[in-house]
Design a protein around this ligand. Structure first.
Ligand code: SF4
Ligand code: SF4
Length: 296
């Protein structure tokens, strides 16, 4: 079994993306977020991605259907059924080749329950790996100013799961920032001013770190502009189909930054926006996006 064979199998099982990280890339990650705390003998971390259909976001973009389109096909079913199946099939195949393989979902730690350490020196269960960090470590893309994971294939549109294995595979090169242009359109598109580009945070793999804006997820939690939460996934909402995420996708596609191209543009009409009390708000600034360069 070699790396090319693993990637081919992942594709056959339905993966749109597969990146591989070596254990050394997690050396500086605290145990509470590290895959090495889950599988200390891992030799490779495989980040499996499936695209979010652009059409699954259409109902949110039009403001007419949030749940039977995006919330199911773009979010919960995509993670719980389609991506889970791809991850499980690849994990089974790896174990058939004689290598232990640990499947992990890409949940965020915010609001997730924690237990007590089972022995001195061990982190509290459940260790939840930062999937954006893992995807960056696996060479799949970068984290944009607005906090979205961006790939050259789909921009903002993908979901990830993780497989830790004791098979030693070739790691993919880490990508430096090349997709996000710091255009600030995501900042301008947020009607609730939850993205603060005057306060930057440093994320990503050491040596390749990226600055991203501080995001007030407390505000996002009550955002009526397409942010969503799923059962069992903690308190941080999904923002891919929210006003900020859809604006980023519009900008990236317009700039030719997405390999998955379409005959027509994603944004066809003036975007809608609601304030925290679900009252329509003016969209002049949102529609224009923002050309100001935000990152220092
Ligand atoms: S909208 Fe612009 S600044 Fe925001 S994440 Fe996307 S490319 Fe980066
Ligand atoms: S989810 Fe809503 S509140 Fe949060 S940044 Fe996006 S548009 Fe703003």
């Amino acid at each position: 079994m070699d790396t090319a064979e693993v990637k081919q199998k992942a594709k056959e099982f339905g993966a749109d993306l597969l990146g591989i990280a070596s254990p050394e890339r997690f050396a500086s990650v605290k145990p509470q977020r590290s895959p090495l705390a889950v599988f200390p003998d891992m030799k490779s971390a495989l980040v499996v991605g499936r695209r979010i259909l652009r059409g699954a976001m259409r109902g949110v973009e039009e403001g007419t259907n949030f749940h039977s389109t995006y919330s199911t096909f773009g979010y919960r079913w995509l993670e719980d059924n389609f991506l889970a199946r791809t991850t499980y099939d690849l994990t089974c195949w790896l174990e058939t080749q004689g290598f232990e393989a640990v499947p992990l979902f890409g949940y965020c730690e915010d609001g997730m329950p924690t237990g007590v350490p089972v022995a001195p020196g061990k982190p509290e269960p459940n260790v939840i790996v930062d999937m954006d960090y893992a995807a960056h470590a696996a060479g799949l893309g970068e984290i944009g100013l607005g906090g979205f994971f961006l790939t050259p294939e789909y921009g903002t549109r993908q979901r990830f799961a993780l497989i830790l294995t004791d098979a030693k595979l070739d790691a993919d090169p880490i990508r430096d920032k090349s997709i996000c242009s710091d255009c600030g359109a995501c900042v301008a598109a947020c009607p609730l001013q939850a993205i603060d580009a005057s306060h930057l945070e440093t994320v990503g793999v050491p040596g390749h770190q990226i600055q991203v804006a501080h995001i007030d997820y407390e505000i996002c939690n009550s955002c009526p502009n397409g942010a969503m939460k799923g059962p069992g996934r903690g308190t941080r909402p999904d923002r891919c189909a929210a006003a900020c995420g859809r604006m980023c996708l519009t900008k990236l596609e317009g700039a030719g930054k997405c390999g998955n191209t379409f005959a027509q543009t994603f944004r066809k009409r003036t975007p809608w926006a609601l304030d925290s009390l679900k009252r329509p708000v003016p969209v002049a600034g949102i529609e224009a996006g923002c050309d100001q360069k935000y990152a220092k």
